[in-house]
Write a protein that binds this ligand. Structure first.
Ligand code: IVH
Length: 669
């Protein structure tokens, strides 16, 4: 290990280089968390040494403005925020602010708000009219991005109401809402343009583009969170009242923001926002606490680059780096070959991740991923982990080509974007995955029948088709003699298989694993056809006539039932006595039950009080139609927990989105 001086100089250079890549090049070389860690290390090292390199990043904000922009000089410095990574850090902050403010203020009041992950701007309003907008730059001088910021529809060019200052600086964050960001990337992809790795990156790329038409085409959003220099107005005495005034002037303010009391109030707010983060329409990387009294803020003053009266309490890492140790190819129930990257295990977003699906071979090519590469792994909230990009290439890189033979059965593959094994249920991997799906909770819900046991059943030769499950016997087939099976577990398994005769037709359709047919589509098909026989004989035109069923679904259904092995398997299943799968019970039409006639709804996410199919049955019983995809024709989108991509699309289309309790009200009239 080198001397303290050497380490200090090296670390200063490293942090400076990362800061330049982030602020100037808009191409971060490390994750935010890694940057924060390096930055904290540098702060500690400088403390230990008692000195710092002249232009240390710990003593300045951001980077000087780029020459390609006109420069704007800020009226007062735009600062950064110190970070807290633990409850103890927040306690230390509260303790430190508490020693300066007057005792009468105990417990201390803090203004708490989300920490938006976007690009900071300084808006200058002169006599209520938006004059300039500039990036933070080095804190004193920023880049003039007035034309770009003026394209933001929610930002008023003129302040409304009274108490308008002769001049005021308003500090704000420019962001993309999650849904808009997703759509932007879809557009980028279809135009053959580069995909942005996160919303903040996209904002920086948009706002720092000299051509304001780029910003005009992209739906940027902005939220104001403070003020800088101001004159000619009655300035409130508290941060929350400042924000209230900004809102009265018509400026967009993000929520939820509130006054909290003491450390307990801060930590409760942090916990609440952390738990409900996925429901916010924008990305945040933590929360911010500010001493609420402006007089106390003044007393506390500032350090080199951040005020002593505010702190950012950051969430645990959602992006980390790891190394790819191998790339395996998995065969799914539809025969699709999926590359899966195995990683050196890392903790990200609160869980350990050791493998990440790469979706298809095209993605590997696009992202330039090879075994040995160091990559950024991302996992936000409940989102499945993904590899964002390569940060450092490994040695002896060999690009992975799409296999020409199935890794499970050796049969030839077809397809380019997605590659498929052509061996159907003769492929052991496809058979295994299709039975896993058939037995899964949302399908036939066969308790205790998981992947390992199914694999044993297949390899013992007892099960070669889903239908064989219903022919299993205690002694005759020797289930009891299989590895891991005893008397009790055999009893339990056979009882669970028998119990699955009670599932209805909708679940049965879903369990078959027909391409493009998910839970809601299965419910639509069950309620429209009423029995399996009609569904099995349906033609493309019969299917496409149904609301919510498009060409892809219709083709999936027709081609599934056209395959002789599927016909045999489904017929065998339907021949078993006592099943409820073959048809839907006819529903009595009660008087006044068509209250929702003419309405079309989409159900997305998980509802706590009922399954998706029960929800479908209930709205259909009231006369409404249930569609499987979001479009302008939809009247309501019923959004449960963990709603997927349908939700941002619905928001984008301006559809009416209702939550579970509103849905209950709708059902109950
Ligand atoms: S207050 C003097 N409040 O985070 C106080 N900043 O990491 C400085 N940010 O430069 C800003 N959300 O661009 C504040 N609610 C919020 C914020 C916020 C996001 C940004 C801001 C700042 C950076 C510091």
């Amino acid at each position: 290990m080198g001397s303290l001086t050497d380490r200090l100089q090296t670390l200063t250079e490293t942090v400076k280089a990362h800061s330049h890549s982030y602020h100037v090049l808009n191409a971060p070389t490390v994750t935010d968390t890694e940057y924060d860690a390096l930055f904290s290390e540098l702060v500690d090292l400088e403390k230990e040494a008692g000195w710092f390199v002249a232009d240390s990043p710990t003593h300045r904000v951001g980077e000087p403005p780029q020459a390609k922009f006109k420069t704007c000089k800020h009226g007062s410095r735009m600062m950064s925020l110190a970070n807290a990574f633990s409850d103890d850090d927040v306690k230390a902050f509260a303790l430190q602010t508490g020693t300066v403010v007057e005792h009468s203020h105990h417990p201390q009041a803090f203004y708490a708000e989300p920490k938006l992950d976007g690009v900071a701007v300084n808006l200058v309003y002169i006599n209520g009219v938006l004059a300039t907008a500039a990036t933070r730059g080095d804190g004193m001088n920023g880049e003039d991005v007035t034309a770009q910021v003026k394209t933001i529809k929610t930002l008023p060019s003129q302040l409304a109401g009274d108490n308008i200052p002769t001049k005021i600086e308003i500090r704000a964050e420019v962001i993309f809402h999650k849904g808009d960001f997703a759509l932007l990337n879809v557009k980028q992809l279809s135009a053959g343009e580069k995909v942005f790795s996160n919303p903040r990156n996209a904002v920086a790329g948009t706002i720092r583009n000299l051509d304001p038409r780029v910003a005009a085409y992209r739906p940027l959003a902005i939220y104001c969170h403070g003020i800088g220099a101001s004159e000619g107005w009655e300035k409130p005495a508290y941060q929350n009242l400042v924000i209230k005034q900004l809102s009265r002037w018509g400026l967009p303010i993000c929520s939820p923001c509130m006054v909290v009391l003491g450390v307990d109030g801060c930590l409760a707010y942090f916990k609440d926002i952390q738990e409900n983060r996925s429901e916010l329409p924008f990305e945040i990387d933590g929360v911010v606490f500010k001493v609420n009294s402006l007089a106390d803020q003044k007393k506390l003053g500032v350090r080199h680059r951040d005020p002593k009266w505010a702190i950012a309490h950051k969430f645990p890492a959602e992006e980390v780096t790891s190394v790819i140790t191998s790339i395996d190819v998995q065969v799914g129930r539809t025969g699709a070959l999926t590359p899966v990257a195995r990683l050196v295990p890392v903790r990200v977003g609160g869980v350990e991740v050791s493998s990440v699906t790469l979706h298809n071979f095209n993605q590997i090519k696009q992202k330039g991923i090879c075994v040995g590469d160091t990559v950024i792994v991302r996992r936000a909230g409940d989102v499945i982990p993904e590899i964002v990009r390569v940060v450092q290439e490994g040695e002896n890189r060999v690009p992975l080509a799409a296999p020409t033979n199935c890794p499970s059965c050796g049969c030839a593959t077809i397809g380019t974007l997605t590659v498929f094994c052509t061996n159907g249920m003769n492929c052991p991997a496809q058979l295994l995955e299709s039975i896993v799906h058939f037995a899964s909770r949302k399908a036939m819900d066969i308790d205790g029948l998981g992947g390992k046991l199914i694999s044993i059943l297949i390899h013992s030769g007892l099960v070669q088709s889903v239908a064989d499950l219903y022919d299993l016997h205690y002694y005759r087939d020797g289930v009891i003699h299989l590895p891991r099976m005893g008397e009790k577990s055999t009893d339990k398994l056979l009882a669970a298989i028998a119990e699955s005769h009670n599932r209805d037709m909708s679940r049965f359709i879903f369990a078959l694993g027909i391409r493009e047919v998910g839970e809601s589509t299965s419910a639509i098909l069950a309620s429209k056809f009423g029995n399996m026989h009609s569904l099995m004989n349906a033609k493309m035109t019969d299917l496409e006539r149904i609301d919510g069923i498009g060409f892809e679904v219709a083709a999936g259904v027709v081609s599934y039932f056209a395959a002789p092995h599927n016909q045999t398997m489904v017929s065998r299943l339907l021949d078993f006595k006592g099943t409820k799968w073959a048809s839907m019970p006819t529903r009595p039409q009660s008087q006044g039950s068509q209250r929702l006639a003419g309405k079309t709804v989409v159900i997305t996410g998980t509802l706590a009080s009922m399954t998706r199919q029960e929800a479908t049955d209930r709205v259909v019983a009231l006369g409404a139609k249930v569609a499987s995809s979001v479009s302008k024709k939809i009247d309501w989108v019923i959004a449960g927990e963990n709603a997927g991509s349908k939700l941002p699309k619905a928001e984008q289309l301006g559809l009416v989105i209702i939550n579970e309790s509103q849905f209950a009200e709708l059902l109950n009239g």
